[in-house]
Design a protein around this ligand. Structure first.
Ligand code: AGP
Length: 606
């Protein structure tokens, strides 16, 4: 997603903006730019490509020190990546940077053209800046409230007005935006990492909010221009957490942070050896009344939901269904008030997932959010929140966030099962103790990853690769396949092992790589049969299973063995070598592991 920064204060604005944008690179982008208020005029410098290109262009202009400006990294939605489409977009009086989509930009553009405005780019943002300009009569706040009232769609905005040096304006609808409080300086940003070098004190703009920043204060208004107050929050992230800490990539660092992330997330939710959600409104009495659970999310979070579904049905015998948020929001789902909707999101800002949450609430369902970013939109809109404490996840490919989502879903499933009388205290205590052991087991796996590096070298040139498994292992196949695709660009498919023979097996030929996951003992033999079906057609097979499982001759060309462990929690162990496999394949293929092409860390547009 696009990254936004804004600054007003005593430092040279160019340095602060470039530093802030560099901390937002992880969001994914294809061009960047800044608008600098030089006192009498606004200077705009922007370019297609990475920040280094913008930096070089900026330096070549030898601009004087300035103290007020806005910056942007663009992830293209309307219009190809190019210099002219990059932000900021300006008129002689106004400059803006924007994250979001103006859905009615076509009609607005027609009206503006009739007023004499001309357009040079393909973007909706250029329409927005000219709309603001058309509403400007000398009062920036009035111009913003008038213009934004005409807009349908989403925006996170930072704005400069030529007539108002040393003031940055910010506005937000759907696309997240925060402001940072400094001493003699203030900040705007899309996300906390851009602020950490200068301040940890921040506030989150709510829907429709407008902020007016000078060096000494930040005033807040609602969409009608009425003053409002904002809570001040303190970022408990430190610079270290937002840096690589000696690892070659954020993704590898975050894979190795998983044991600590589990401890921070699970530890506070175990009381007297039993799971404790610590949500008073979700008492055992309330849990006992839940008739059905809908787990709704996108991407990796949805894959975590699939593991959660299986755990909920296994333990609590409550019907659970996992839904893709972008499908759920438009298919008029059948919901009843005693259904619980669990919304899962690392960023808490994913547009489709937010929309699914709103739909569930409109239908009278209670919503439990499992979110990693404190104060995010989804966290603030849900009825109940189970925060995961993985810390900032910078790599676009989600790893530790997925891991802690699983851990929280297991805690929920166990507590629900206890409330439903399906799990007694002794059983719950045993399972909870095992859950608390997962971090140590994962450390053991992380200490022995040479085999995974070797296997990555064997499969790095695959063109089509199949994952397959049953039950939990099918859910893991989907996640393993997504990890490999999104960071190595190798095409991969994930299949329910029993389904392959219903058509897709026609694709298996000599040397086709097939990765089978088989950690669940009750269906192990079935998966072995499925591997044999592919082997007999020439597949090159890699099997992930547990230490003591017998592997018949001629079934697997390679075998990776995981330690024997409580089967219920095997997904938390199995995903680790699969994350590492995708990581090493990506590195060997020379891909941009942390910022894969075309992807953004948080998809805040439809
Ligand atoms: C996962 O590796 C991807 N980055 C992506 O699928 C992600 O999980 C999805 O966009 C959902 O994001 P969220 O958890 O922030 O809602």
């Amino acid at each position: 997603m696009c990254g936004i920064v804004g600054y007003v204060g005593g430092y040279d604005c160019k340095d602060v903006l470039m530093e802030g944008l560099s901390k937002l690179e992880y969001r994914g982008y294809d061009s960047a730019g800044v608008a600098l208020h030089m006192g009498r005029d606004i200077t705009v410098v922007k370019a297609k490509g990475r920040l280094a290109v913008l930096k070089e262009k900026l330096e070549s202009k030898n601009l004087p020190v300035c103290h007020c400006g806005i910056g942007h990294t663009r992830w293209a939605t309307h219009g190809v990546p190019s210099d002219v489409n990059s932000h900021p977009h300006s008129t002689p009086r106004v400059s803006i940077v924007h994250n979001g989509i103006i859905e009615n930009y076509g009609k607005l553009k027609e009206d503006l053209i009739k007023k004499g405005y001309e357009f040079v780019s393909e973007t909706d943002t250029e329409v927005l800046v000219k709309l603001i300009d058309s509403c400007y009569t000398g009062d920036p706040l009035l111009a913003l409230t008038r213009a934004l009232a005409l807009v349908r769609g989403s925006y996170g905005l930072a704005v400069l007005f030529k007539d108002f040096p040393d003031i940055v304006y910010a506005a937000r609808r759907e696309s997240p935006l925060i402001v940072g409080f400094g001493k003699g300086q203030n900040f705007v940003a899309s996300d906390v990492p851009a602020l950490l070098k200068y301040t940890r004190e921040y506030a989150v703009l709510d829907e429709g909010d407008i902020a007016v920043l000078t060096r000494d204060k930040i005033d807040f208004y609602n969409e009608f221009g009425t003053p409002v107050e904002k809570n001040h929050l303190t970022a408990d992230w430190d610079m270290e957490a937002a840096e690589k800490g000696g690892f070659p990539h954020f993704m590898l660092k975050e894979i190795y942070e998983q044991p600590e992330a589990i401890q921070k997330t699970v530890g506070p939710r175990v009381q007297n050896g039993l799971p404790d959600l610590r949500i008073p409104q979700l008492s055992d009495e309330a849990l006992a009344k839940i008739g059905r659970v809908h787990l709704v999310a996108c991407g990796t979070a949805m894959h975590a939901g699939m593991v959660g579904k299986t755990a909920i049905e296994k333990l609590a015998r409550v019907p659970a269904v996992t839904e893709i948020a972008s499908e759920f929001r438009y298919r008029d789902p059948i919901l009843s008030p005693e259904d619980l909707v669990i919304i899962i999101s690392q960023s808490g800002e994913t547009s489709d997932t937010k929309a699914a949450l709103e739909l569930a609430k409109q239908r009278g369902c209670k919503v439990l959010a499992i979110v990693n970013v404190v104060g995010s939109s989804i966290a603030r809109a849900a009825d109940y929140v189970l925060y995961t404490y993985a810390g900032p996840e910078i790599a676009v490919a989600s790893t530790k966030a997925y891991m802690v989502q699983l851990s929280v879903l297991y805690l929920f499933a166990m507590r629900l099962a206890m409330a439903k009388g399906k799990l007694d205290e002794a059983q719950a205590r045993r399972l909870t103790a095992e859950l608390l052991q997962t971090g140590e087991k994962i450390n053991g796996i992380l200490e022995n990853c040479d085999q995974i590096k070797f296997l990555a070298s064997k499969f790095m040139n695959a063109s089509d690769l199949f994952f397959m498994g049953r039950g939990f292992d099918y859910a893991l196949s989907l996640e393993a396949s997504l990890k490999l695709k999104e960071i190595s660009y190798i095409h991969s498919e994930a299949y329910a092992a029993g389904e392959l023979k219903h058509g897709t097996i026609s694709l298996i030929e000599q040397g086709t790589p097939v990765i089978a996951l088989a950690t669940q003992k009750d269906i192990y033999e079935k998966t072995i049969s499925n591997i044999k079906e592919t082997k007999s057609r020439g597949a090159n097979t890699l099997l992930f299973t547990t230490q003591n499982q017998p592997v018949p001759d001629g079934v697997a060309d390679y075998v990776v063995r995981l330690p024997e462990f409580e089967e219920l929690f095997m997904p938390m162990l199995l995903i680790v070598p699969l994350q590492l496999f995708a990581y090493y394949v990506s590195v060997l293929r020379g891909c941009d592991v942390d910022k894969p092409r075309n992807l953004a860390k948080s998809v805040t547009v439809e």
